[in-house]
Design a binder for this molecule. Structure first.
Ligand SMILES: *Cc1c(COP(=O)(O)O)cnc(C)c1O
Length: 361
C-alpha cells in the first residue's frame, strides 16, 4: 500500500515534504536529543520555533503591526463563543451573515454572550449563494459583523471581502486561510482551525486587531481572554507544541512554493479543472452553488442518480482517491482540495469521474 490522494475535509492532507521532514527529525529534534513533543514549551528551542512560526505566518499573510497573532486551542468552535465573550457586552448587538452551517453554529453559540442579529441569510435556497451586499441589514454600532468566507460544508465562498464600514469585521477562515492573499487590514479578527489548511488538529489561529484586546466587556477566566493570551505569547498554559511546530513547517513550505500568490494560482487552476468536469458531464454530476460563489478548495458534488453514490465511493477509494464522501447535511460527494492537494490529485479525480460516468451513464 502507498499514500493515496486524500480529499479529506479535515483533518486534511498535509504536504508530503512536510511529513517527510517531520519524520526525519522526529526522534531527535534540533540539538535537543529528544523529539519536539518531549521538550518544554518554555525552553529556548521551542520558544524559538514558536516565534519563528509566528514570524513566518506574519510574513506570508502580510499581517500588519496593528494585529496580534495568537496560537490557541479549542478549535474554531471554541472561537464561536470566545469571540463574543471578548468583543461584545451582554447588551451589545452582534451581526451575523449566514451562508451555511458553520455561520449558523457561530451565531447560535454567540447567543449566551450578546444580542445576536442575523443581518442576512441564504438559508432559503439551502445555502447555494451569497446574499448581495444591498440585501444585508447591518446594525449601526454593532460590536462586530461575523461572516464565514468559505462555508466548508456547502462549498460557498466569498471571493471578495465585504465592506461593513467601521464595524469590526470578524471572519471564520478555517478552510481557506492561506489559500490566497488576504488583506488582513480589513479585519478586526480572523480565526481558523488548523486542521484544514494549516497543520494538525489541536491548534486554532486567531489574528486580532490590537485595539480590540482592550474591550474586555465582562470578567472571565484568563484562559478565555485574548488580552491575557496576547500578553503571555499564547503560552498562558501548555500549548499544543507538536501542532505548532508542524504548522511552522507548513508555513515554510508555502513560502518555498512561492507564497500565497502561487497558492492562489494553483487553487484556482484546481477548482477550474474540477468544476469544468462537473459542468461538462451533461448533468451526470452537479454542483448546486451559484457561479460567483463556488468555493475553490471545497467542492461538493452530487450525481443525478444518487443510487450510484455508494459505487462511486467504493470505486474511487480503490482507485486511490480517499475520503470523497459528502457531508451528511448535503449528501453526495465532496472533494476537499486544500493547499496540500497537488493538481495531479485533481487530474486523477476528474479522470476517474469521466470514466465512472462513461461506464454508468
Ligand atoms: C471545520 C470548520 C469549523 C470547525 O472547526 P473545529 O476546529 O472542529 O471547531 C468551523 N468553521 C469552519 C468554516 C470549518 O470549516
Amino acid at each position: 500500500m502507498s499514500r493515496a490522494f486524500n480529499f479529506s475535509a479535515g483533518p486534511a492532507a498535509l504536504p508530503e515534504a512536510v511529513l517527510q521532514q517531520a519524520r526525519d527529525e522526529l526522534l531527535e529534534w534540533r540539538d535537543e536529543r529528544a523529539s519536539v513533543m518531549e521538550v518544554s514549551h518554555r525552553g529556548k528551542a521551542f520558544v524559538e520555533c514558536a516565534e519563528e512560526a509566528e514570524r513566518d505566518l506574519r510574513a506570508l499573510l502580510a499581517v500588519p503591526e496593528s494585529h496580534r497573532i495568537l496560537f490557541l486551542q479549542g478549535g474554531a468552535t471554541q472561537q464561536f463563543a470566545q469571540i463574543p465573550m471578548n468583543l461584545a457586552g451582554q447588551d451589545d448587538v452582534v451581526d451575523y451573515v449566514l451562508t451555511g452551517a458553520w455561520g449558523q453554529k457561530a451565531a447560535s453559540e454567540a447567543k449566551p454572550y450578546a444580542q445576536v442579529r442575523i443581518a442576512a441569510s441564504a438559508e432559503v435556497g439551502n445555502f447555494t449563494r451569497i446574499p448581495a451586499r444591498p440585501e444585508w441589514s447591518l446594525t449601526p454600532g454593532a460590536a462586530y459583523v461575523h461572516y464565514t468566507p468559505n462555508e466548508t460544508i456547502h462549498g460557498v465562498e466569498f471571493h471578495q471581502v465585504p465592506d461593513v464600514g467601521n464595524v469590526p469585521l470578524v471572519a471564520d477562515f478555517s478552510s481557506t486561510i492561506l489559500s490566497r492573499p488576504l488583506d488582513v487590514d480589513r479585519f478586526g479578527l480572523i480565526y481558523a482551525g488548523a486542521q484544514k489548511n494549516i497543520g494538525p488538529a489541536g491548534l486554532v489561529i486567531v489574528i486580532v486587531r490590537e485595539d480590540l484586546l482592550e474591550r474586555a466587556p465582562r470578567p472571565m477566566a484568563k484562559i478565555f481572554s485574548y488580552a491575557a493570551q496576547a500578553k503571555e505569547g499564547s503560552m498562558l498554559n501548555t500549548p499544543p507544541t507538536f501542532a505548532w511546530y508542524l504548522s511552522g513547517l507548513v508555513f515554510k513550505w508555502i513560502a518555498q512554493q512561492g507564497g500565497l500568490a502561487a497558492m492562489a494560482e494553483r487553487n484556482r487552476a484546481k477548482a477550474e479543472l474540477l468544476y469544468a468536469s462537473i459542468d461538462g458531464s451533461g448533468g451526470f454530476y452537479r454542483n448546486p452553488v451559484e457561479g460567483g460563489a463556488r468555493a475553490w478548495v471545497k467542492v461538493p458534488l452530487t450525481q443525478q442518480d444518487a443510487g450510484l453514490d455508494k459505487a462511486f465511493l467504493v470505486e474511487s477509494e480503490a482507485a486511490g482517491l480517499l475520503a470523497l464522501k459528502g457531508h451528511r447535511a448535503v449528501g453526495g460527494m465532496r472533494a476537499s482540495i486544500y493547499n496540500a492537494m497537488p493538481i495531479e490529485g485533481v487530474r486523477a479525480l476528474v479522470d476517474f469521474m469521466a470514466d465512472f460516468a462513461r461506464r454508468k451513464g
